[in-house]
Design a protein around this ligand. Structure first.
Ligand code: PEP
Ligand code: MN
Length: 337
């Protein structure tokens, strides 16, 4: 439930309510709204409990949250959350473009790709150092060496870096080099990993699981937030359906839905979402139209030679063309407002 405090409630009344909640076994999360403090109370709620809290000094009203997700919900927090990655805010109305190869393959290739995507207008870099591959015999990533290359690319370009963390045992090392830790689609319901990511103070990019419902995906975000880290960015990357011409089916309705149901920013990955480079630009533009806060796009200098995901990777030239169209579309949408 949510306890809405009266305007300008004295601190001691807020503390009194919080203490009482804890006594009754609730987890307490304070949120500063525009005008008043809102207390999110997570636990077993009953009519009697709600009535009791309603009588405490400073309490304006009690609002039950009917959704299974609480801290991620719009009911808990009306204003859209802005997740800050260095100087880049995600969720403030601008479009962030995260670009780079699927995997960090070598220092030379990655640094060159980083400069190319930056020049084309990317605002963050991506590249996997630990790769989740369907086959154990496929390229698994450069691991820590890859992380060091990512950090070097950040120095070179000034752009923050996003990379995947697959296991709780490597969170510390990945967090030491990366600006944003990505939870891959296959790990969306790795609850132990999610809990551990809730204990760090860095943004987490949470990809939607290949067969996750919207509710399961938001519940995964709830794991991270309820463990203490509210810097969660959702990422729609396509789901598995009966259609197999495309690698996945990009569910763009997730964008307005996540925005209606939660206060979290959402980006779209049309590369994994389609698996085909020719579909990346049209779906990226559609994602902007749907109202996303950013895109994650795979770019490789020579897609036919890529060690992973070549068929869905844009060349730097195609990426450049796409970014221009994105900028024009965004400007047209803003002018139309
Ligand atoms: C990736 O971004 O490189 C990746 C593996 O994505 P996903 O987890 O969405 O498959
Ligand atoms: Mn990939």
């Amino acid at each position: 439930m949510i306890i809405v405090m009266e305007k300008n409630t004295p601190q001691e009344q807020i503390e009194q309510v919080s203490e009482k909640l804890k006594d009754k076994g609730f987890q307490v999360h304070l949120s500063q709204g525009v005008e008043r403090i809102i207390i999110g109370a997570i636990g077993e709620r009953s009519q009697a409990i709600m009535e009791m809290f309603e009588t405490l000094p400073g309490v304006e009203k009690i609002v039950p949250i009917v959704q299974p997700f609480k801290l991620a919900s719009r009911e808990f927090k009306h204003q859209t959350s802005v997740v800050r990655v260095g100087d880049n805010p995600i969720g403030d109305g601008k479009i962030q473009i995260i670009a780079g190869p699927c995997a960090v393959e070598s220092r030379e290739l990655f640094l060159e790709a980083a400069m190319m995507v930056k020049e084309a207008g990317a605002t963050m870099l991506r590249g996997g150092a630990f790769k989740p591959r369907t086959s154990p015999y496929s390229f698994q990533g450069l691991e820590e060496e890859g992380l060091k290359i990512l950090a070097e690319a950040r120095e070179l370009t000034g752009l923050p870096v996003v990379t995947e963390v697959m296991d709780p045992r490597i969170i510390d090392i990945v967090a030491c080099y990366a600006d944003v830790l990505q939870v891959g689609a296959r790990n969306m319901q790795n609850f132990f990993l999610l809990r551990e990511l809730g204990k760090i103070n860095k943004p987490v990019l949470l990809k939607r699981g290949p067969s996750a419902t919207i509710e399961e995906w938001i519940m995964a975000a709830e794991y991270i937030i309820s463990s203490g880290n509210s810097q969660v960015i959702m990422c729609e990357r396509g789901i598995r359906t009966f259609e197999n011409y495309t690698r996945n089916t990009l569910d763009l309705s997730a964008v307005p839905l996540i925005k209606q149901l939660t206060h979290l920013p959402i980006i779209v990955d049309p590369s994994h979402g389609t698996g085909k480079w020719k579909l990346v630009e049209p779906m990226a533009l559609a994602a902007i139209g749907a109202g996303c806060d950013g895109l994650m796009v795979e770019v490789h200098q020579n897609p036919s030679e890529a060690l992973s995901d070549g068929p869905q990777s844009l060349t730097p030239e195609n990426f450049n063309t796409m970014v221009k169209k994105i900028q024009n579309l965004k400007a047209a949408l803003e002018n139309g407002q």
